[in-house]
Every structure is written in C-alpha cells, then in structure tokens.
Design a protein around this ligand. Structure first.
Ligand code: GDP
Length: 297
C-alpha cells in the first residue's frame, strides 16, 4: 500500500519528540532532518521537500509552540497542516461549463490509466449527478484502447463515439463533439493517446484536439508508481498544454507515493481524483486533509 514506509518513518521522527516534555531547537532540527530524509526516500521532489521543511521548521520554532504545554503535539499538528497545504488545501471538483456539454480531455503517458479513468469518471458523474456523458475514443494508436473504452461504455450504458483507427484523432474529436451537441449530452469525455515518452508529435496532436474540443478540463493522468518521473511528466504536459487538474492512479499499489506530494506544488494544478484499483468504482475524490492524515497514519 502506498505511503506505508513513509508513514512509518514520519511517525518515528515525530514520536521521539512526543516523548519529550520540553522541546528544544536541537530536537526540532533533528526531527526535520529525519522528515527530510523520509520524504526524499519516498520520491518527493527536492524543491518540494525544501519548501515543506522550511515552513514546518519556521512555525515549529515559534515561541508560542516551544513554550506551550504540549509542544510535541503542536508540532505534529503543524506537520499535518503543512502537508495538507502542500497537497492543495481544498478539494477541487470538475469545473463545469455554463452551457452543456462540459468537455473533459484526458492526457498522459501510455499505461498511466487514462482509459480506465475515463470509465471511472463517467461512472462517478452518473452516480453523483445522473449525468448523460458521451465518451470519445481518440486513442487510435492502440486499437485495444478503443475496444477497452467500448467495453467500459457497455458496462456503464454510456455511448462511445469511435471511427476506428484510420481517421485522425482530431477529426474523430470534431465529429464526436458534433454528435454530443446534437444529442445534448451534458459531458464529453475524450480519451487520447499516450506515448511511452513525451514527444513532439504527441503534444502537437493534443494541442490540436484542445483547439477543436475547447475543453473545460484537461486532466493529466499520472501513474503514482512512476515516482520522480511523474513530476517531470506533469511539468512538461503543463507547460505545453496547460492542465487544469491531475489524476493520480495506482495509489493502491506498492508505491512510495511521493509523486502525489510533489505534483501539486510543481504544477500548481489541483489533484482532483485518485485511482485506487482497476475496477470502475475504484475512484476517490481527492481530499488534501484526508490524504495528509493517511500519510501521517
Ligand atoms: P492508458 O494507456 O493511459 O489508457 O491506461 P489504461 O487505462 O489502459 O491502464 C493501464 C493499466 O493500469 C490497466 O491494466 C489498468 O487496469 C491499470 N490501472 C488503471 N488505473 C489503475 C488504478 O488506479 N489502480 C491499479 N491497480 N491499476 C490501474
């Protein structure tokens, strides 16, 4: 399970402090050193670690904390608050278009979980607001992706617009959008292709799809297992495409989870959902405070 190791190490760092009645600056320095190592080992981005530890340290060294009756307890609270802040503080849902359809475009590397997330999101929208989404199969380079989306569509009773693999994704999206307007679908979910690595052709295609679809949301789907690399991927997609939100998948796996902590700070884009399994229902709305509690254990 994600964060297991990190949780253990953070708890160890803080429990030393808990045993002390009085806390000195040296105790805090020692604790911060351990927290810093724990975060780095969990694959959290160095800049994010620096920023986080600086904030915690400054607040923890404040007179009102050190001279209080329970300094250790207060410091644990500060760690929790700063972690929540790093993760984004607030829950940010899907931003809707004032007029239907709300268009949501998926982006990300191959295997990140875009197609699966499209199905999960459709399910979520149906369950929470009785939505009538249309899904567009824009991943023409991986024929299995079209079939995968169609299977999800059948399970959910959601129409899937596809034109096979011989038509350009931009044209597929253009025609899919026209169909959604005609059928008055309230959401359009666009599945796009990913590559194993970021390349110019992929970005160009995504930019063209963005142009045609004018999406309200461009959600970057990243695999938590990819560690530090997830941060680079997120940065690059954000620079080139302007993402509006991040989905972190596979947080159920044996991952160090640090990517989840870094991506918000590095891109400024909110994490909106997390994927916690392969099933359609394995989707959680992202709550920074709950994630922080989960990490701290
Ligand atoms: P795409 O290439 O980005 O469209 O990725 P897919 O949606 O095909 O997902 C790639 C693999 O990851 C599939 O085997 C999915 O079942 C799996 N997957 C997707 N999301 C999750 C998740 O949250 N947890 C786990 N454990 N597996 C996931």
């Amino acid at each position: 399970m994600a964060f297991e190791n990190l949780t253990e190490r953070l708890q160890a760092a803080m429990s030393k402090l808990r045993r002390k009645g009085k806390v000195t600056e040296a105790d805090i320095t020692e604790m911060m050193r351990e927290i810093r190592l724990a975060l780095l080992e969990a694959d959290v981005n160095l800049q994010v670690v620096k920023q986080f530890t600086k904030q915690v340290r400054e607040r923890a060294l404040g007179a009102e904390v050190l001279e209080s009756l329970s300094p250790a307890q207060q410091i644990v609270k500060i760690v929790d608050e700063e972690l929540t802040k790093t993760l984004g503080s607030e829950t940010v849902g899907i931003v809707k278009s004032p007029k239907i359809p709300t268009v949501i475009m998926m982006a990300g590397l191959q295997g990140a979980g875009k197609t699966t997330f499209a199905g999960k999101l459709a399910n979520h929208l149906i369950k929470t607001e009785k939505a009538r989404p249309l899904m567009i199969a824009g991943d023409v380079y991986r024929p299995a992706a079209i079939d995968q989306l169609k299977v999800l569509g059948q399970q959910l009773d959601v129409p899937v617009f596809d034109m096979g693999t011989d038509v350009s994704p931009v044209e597929i999206v253009r025609q899919g959008m026209a169909l959604a307007r005609e059928k008055k679908n309230d959401y359009v979910l666009i599945d796009t292709a990913g590559r194993l690595h970021i390349d110019e052709a992929l970005m160009d295609e995504l930019k063209q799809i963005k142009e045609v679809a004018q999406p309200n949301e461009i959600l970057l789907v990243v695999d938590a297992m990819t560690g530090q690399d997830a941060v680079n991927v997120a940065q690059s997609f954000n620079e080139q495409l302007g993402i509006t939100g991040v989905i972190i998948t596979k947080l159920d796996g044996d991952t160090r989870g640090g990517a989840a902590l870094s991506i918000r700070s590095v891109t400024g884009a909110p994490i909106k959902f997390i994927g916690s399994g392969e099933k359609l229902t394995d989707l959680e709305v992202f709550h920074p405070d709950r994630m922080s509690s989960r990490i701290l254990g």
